[in-house]
Design a protein around this ligand. Sequence first.
Ligand code: MG
Length: 306
Amino acid sequence: MSDYIVLDPRFERLIIGHARVEKLFTGCRWAEGPVYVPAARHVIWSDIPNDRLMRFDEGDGSVSVFEHPCGYHNGHTLDREGRIVACEHGGRRVSRLEHDGRWTALATHADGKRLNSPNDVVVKSDGSIWFTDPSYGIDTNYEGFRAEPEIGACNVYRIDPASGAVAAVVTDMVRPNGLAFSPDERILYVADTGVTHVPGTPAAIRAYDVAADGRSVVPGSGRQFSLCDAGLYDGFRVDWRGNIWTSTGNGVHAYAPDGTLLGKIPIPELVSNVCFGGRKMNRLYITAQTSLYSIFLATHPAGYPG
Ligand code: MG
């Protein structure tokens, strides 16, 4: 009995055949945005409609409320100094949890207009912060505060690490959502969940070539990397070999860098996002609708031994 569906032999080298999906917590309304903090050995994730951050303690397995209210956080990541970077629907901003415990704003506007509702975020090796800005946090009062968009588009933005300037880098998507870089940072992957607003929008992960200066993407380089066969992709992460581990409507799906669907990890809820964690960074944490799950893998993100 396996908790995996193997579609390509390459998948068998990425998994532990007898490892099981563990359900660690349930009771959220919409779990999202997991981030693993190695120094604390805990996972922080969002329960967006309940306006709270949750905390899973890897040491004793306990779960507690980390912050409530929190400003309707969605996606999180860690920066190069180990600080949590957050996407806030409520404040319509990207923020950072400083070492002294205060949240500071990193981005609130683009071209003088308020952001829609930052959704997911990644930090590049040069310290720049790249985030998506769809409208889900201002569409209704459920995951934030309903408001009219000011920008009139849903883009991917980059925050410059030196100046703090916010610049649009991807402007040809309907509702950009999850995002991640390839291990060599030459490709930016972005999921489009635009079918929620524009029928016919492919439920795809798109790939963009990062420009030579590392500060933008090559114009016109966007292409479809993969098409979801079960609902929508939301958030995803990339392992050290460039395989993509992504959320879908029926579990976690893994793709090779060439776009081949390698295998699936079925989850009995809509999966929203994943992150690597654990002492060896080989444990995949999975947020799915009401719950937090995990499973150990035979892979890990770039930058870690193993
Ligand atoms: Mg998302």
